[in-house]
Design a protein. Structure first.
Length: 142
């Protein structure tokens, strides 16, 4: 596989992830992760594909409506490993009919596992969270 093909596949990885979020599809979503992947949402990571999926399913249960949009990732490849950075927009609806918006950035380590690119680790940085009208709290990107 050429470096250009690897870059394209790595750029598609966050797209597949976002597609699975919007469809609430746990199988497709968890297939984006390495078996020993790590998800950094806060200080301590969630470790392992199955543990990551459980946390995601619990979170998604609180959002019957989810729009998750991702910009194409900036990618670097080094053999069977790489890094990517992508920016996301989320509009989430809660069971009580409220909604809010989140903007963030994922910094990822990716690895080729069983012939396909998957997330080895994802580190999420919130840039904004609050009302859809953007009157909420903003966080500087560091």
């Amino acid at each position: 596989m050429s470096v250009a093909q690897d870059i394209l596949e790595i750029q598609m990885l966050p797209q597949r992830y976002a597609d699975a979020v919007m469809r609430h599809n746990g199988d497709d979503w968890s297939a984006c992760w390495a078996k020993d992947g790590e998800w950094y949402l806060r200080e301590e990571p969630v470790k392992g594909r199955e543990s990551i999926r459980k946390i995601w399913e619990q979170a998604m249960a609180g959002f019957p409506f989810a729009v998750f949009l991702v910009q194409p990732a900036i990618v670097e490849v080094n053999g069977d490993t790489g890094t990517s950075r992508s920016y996301v927009t989320e509009i989430l609806g809660t069971p009580d009919g409220n909604s809010f918006r989140v903007y963030g950035c994922y910094n990822d380590e990716v690895v080729r596992e069983d012939g396909k690119w998957v997330f080895k680790s994802r580190r999420y940085a919130r840039l904004y969270q609050g009302p859809v009208d953007l009157s909420g709290e903003k966080f500087p990107y560091s």
